[in-house]
Design a protein around this ligand. Structure first.
Ligand SMILES: Cc1cc2nc3c(=O)[nH]c(=O)nc-3n(C[C@H](O)[C@H](O)[C@H](O)COP(=O)(O)OP(=O)(O)OC[C@H]3O[C@@H](n4cnc5c(N)ncnc54)[C@H](O)[C@@H]3O)c2cc1C
Length: 443
């Protein structure tokens, strides 16, 4: 019997994960518009090689990102060589600092915060009390499907200004890339539940030591090739049209039994068949986006930062990452600005500001010898409270399966959400393929 032929459109992490999950069970073709795979998490070529490497943005994983880390492991990535892993820490040079203790959960957090610096004992208890209250709220919210904005919750809990500024805001900006007045408390709770409260190992911070292309994307591309996935880069799909309910999909002029559409939502809405129901188009076009700016700085001197992620409670840059601490070049620093489209962040000369703020941490630095600023304007979909899922029943009936970080129903836009969404789309496609056509049509 002929095997089903499936096109995965989009070679970001969702598409790569979907292709891997389908390989061996269907004939898979992965179509990617760009010259390389990796999408929003990829290496960027440099013309002058001023830096040891440049990615489109600094990425960090949590130990809880099991599907993403599992994919890298299956691709043969040597975790020791390419991933820097350490216990969770929170370091604001002019504010609160703590590191998770080497204890089991919840003691890792409790002891870590109690031993932290930059806050009184009373303030630390307040922080722990609010974490506990959020945990309790989250448990109920998961059961009842409730949500609210982080700002509403902070106000209802009367959280002190210090903690809003030094903890909750940088946490939410970093994890959700969304302003407090919009950010989903439920999704923040999901990340904390899986990544911080569950086990100590899940709360570990995992950062790439080298570029995302050579260390992450290329091994996964190799895995796909070994699994006989046909990978076509520089292949931009123009349109999908369906061949009738349960009869497959035309991808431009090529016929496939089914398609995993793993492109960002603004591209998905352009590709979907013309007669797609209005609620699907409306849901896709209702999504808002936020930017992330990454500044790469290179100095003549070594830059010794006190922590792997060093922040300034009163700065504009959220986190500085010294590559020396990751086992890389000691002269290079990455500065991360989440929510780079916020009014206070517009028209900022980030190269200048990042250098100036870094001087607060390392006053003897001379001018940087190389600077590169990359802003991804639509880095992530706004992770707002009560966001409705994209309706997928019609699409599934027409053999189209959505994947992508924005499809994930629990996480903000993350690599883990992207990988899980790709795997889930593949599982749904395979489940539908095994179902008798009539039964499927009744869904
Ligand atoms: C600056 C920045 C920093 C980030 N930091 C973190 C972090 O620290 N931790 C974390 O977990 N996540 C982070 N993220 C988010 C993470 O990168 C994304 O969630 C993830 O990469 C999304 O993957 P995806 O496959 O869903 O989508 P994408 O990566 O957008 O993949 C979609 C792919 O589809 C392709 N495509 C589009 N149209 C077509 C077409 N017509 N035909 C064929 N192909 C097409 C695109 O070229 C792209 O490769 C960050 C993102 C950015 C931008």
């Amino acid at each position: 019997m002929n095997r089903r032929k499936v096109a995965v459109i989009g070679g970001g992490w969702a598409g790569m994960a979907a292709a891997e999950a389908l390989a061996g069970k269907t004939d898979v073709v992965l179509l990617e518009a760009g010259k390389v795979l990796g999408g929003r998490a990829r290496a960027v070529r440099q013309s002058h090689h001023d830096f040891s490497f440049i990615d489109n943005g600094q990425h960090m994983l949590l130990g809880a990102y099991h599907q993403c880390l599992g994919l890298l492991q299956r691709a043969g990535v040597d975790a020791q060589a390419v991933l820097h892993r350490e216990r969770m820490s929170w370091y604001q040079a002019d504010g609160f600092r703590f590191q998770a203790a080497r204890w089991r959960s919840p003691w890792h957090l409790l002891v870590g915060i109690i031993k932290g610096r930059g806050a009184t004992v009373r303030e630390k208890w307040q922080l722990l009390k609010h974490m506990r209250r959020l945990q309790v709220w989250h448990r109920g919210a998961v059961e009842n499907g409730q949500d609210m904005t982080v700002a509403q919750w902070l106000e209802s809990e009367q959280v002190a200004q210090k903690w809003q500024q030094q903890f909750w805001q940088p946490l939410v900006w970093g994890a959700l890339n969304t302003a407090l007045r919009e950010a989903s408390l439920l999704r923040l709770g999901n990340v904390l539940q899986d990544g911080v409260w569950s086990t100590r190992a899940n709360s570990d911070m995992v950062l790439p030591k080298t570029d995302l292309g050579q260390s992450w994307v290329e091994p996964v591309a190799g895995l796909l090739r070994r699994k006989k996935v046909v990978v076509e880069t520089a292949r931009r799909v123009s349109a999908l049209s369906h061949a009738g309910e349960g009869h497959g999909v035309w991808v431009d002029d090529d016929y496939f039994d089914a398609v995993v559409l793993a492109v960002a939502p603004y591209h998905a809405s352009q590709l979907l068949p013309r007669n797609v129901p209005g609620d699907v188009s409306a849901a896709l076009s209702s999504l808002a986006y936020h930017a992330i700016t990454t500044v790469y700085l290179r100095y003549e001197q070594n830059v010794d930062l006190p922590a792997t992620l060093t922040g300034l409670a009163h700065g504009k840059v959220q986190w500085f990452i010294g590559r020396g601490r990751l086992g890389g070049d000691n002269n290079e620093v990455t500065a991360v600005i989440s929510l780079a489209d916020a009014p206070a962040h517009r028209d900022v000369d980030w190269a200048q500001v990042a250098h100036q703020e870094l001087l607060n941490l390392c006053p003897l630095l001379s001018h940087p010898v190389a600077v590169r600023v990359i802003t991804e304007k639509r880095a992530t979909v706004s992770c707002c409270a009560n966001r409705q899922p994209i309706p997928q029943a019609w699409l599934r009936q027409h053999d189209i399966y959505l994947a992508g970080d924005y499809v994930h129903d629990r996480y903000p836009c993350t690599l883990e959400g992207a990988v899980q969404s790709g795997q889930l789309a593949a599982a749904a496609l395979l489940a539908d393929a095994g179902r008798p056509a009539m039964a499927f049509k009744r869904l």
